[in-house]
Design a protein. Structure first.
Length: 236
């Protein structure tokens, strides 16, 4: 369209130019300049509204607006994709947290159940051990009680049959050995001396079996067996 306007302007200028040969060239020249200016202004006017090339201010503004709109659209698309990725990651994180919590709770329940099972097993084992001990008492003599042999002083509480004057020397010998045991603890030499002294006292007790009541004799014999055992055992 712009080229057509320029062509029309050139035709008009060509038609006017020959008149300059008749002495009116100046007037027509001025008119030609004016016409040329008008044509140029018209061309500029139509070009400004996009009928010509793309280098005008208006076309540049249009291109800028289009680029802005396109960039805004791309930004919106990218933002939407980013939000979608974020929500997907957040959903997976929450799901993983829930699964971890479930696994942890199951482990805790399993540990608690195992501890309870171990506790019941230990209790059952202790009960069985007590029942076995009750059904199978030891064949050897029992240990003396604290009232019969004081573990802190080594003092011996002799049974009635062994308090007789006939056993005084043997009693003093064993009293000294057990007092020494408190300070030196049990050792092989001490255990041997206690064992020898109790055997000698048993022999003396056996020699008087006819003079001592049966119950007192049996009590004294068991006491000496336990005293010999104490001489071989740790204090307490």
């Amino acid at each position: 369209m712009r080229n057509q306007i320029v062509l029309v302007a050139m035709v008009i200028a060509g038609a006017v130019c020959p008149l300059s040969a008749n002495g009116q060239g100046r007037w027509y020249a001025a008119r030609r300049v004016t016409a040329g200016y008008a044509v140029g202004a018209a061309a500029a006017h139509y070009g400004a509204y996009g009928y010509g090339g793309g280098g005008t201010v208006y076309s540049q503004a249009q291109n800028a607006n289009a680029n802005t709109i396109r960039a805004q659209g791309e930004y919106n698309v990218q933002t939407t994709a980013a939000m979608s990725n974020y929500e997907d990651a957040r959903s997976k994180y929450i799901d993983n947290q829930e699964k971890w919590t479930q696994v942890y709770a199951e482990k805790q329940r399993a540990l608690a159940a195992q501890k309870e099972a171990d506790r019941e097993a230990a209790l059952s084992a202790r009960e069985r051990a007590k029942a076995f001990d009750a059904a199978n008492p030891p064949s050897g003599p029992p240990r003396l009680t604290a009232s019969q042999l004081d573990p802190s002083t080594g003092r011996i509480q002799w049974p009635i049959a062994l308090t007789a004057v006939a056993f005084e020397g043997q009693r003093k010998s064993l009293d000294a050995l057990f007092e020494m045991r408190v300070h030196t603890s049990t050792n092989a030499d001490l255990a041997s001396k206690v064992d020898k002294a109790t055997k000698e006292m048993k022999d003396s007790l056996r020699a008087k079996i006819r003079e001592i009541p049966s119950q007192d004799f049996l009590e004294a014999r068991k006491f000496l067996d336990s005293l010999a055992l104490e001489g071989r055992s740790a204090i307490g």
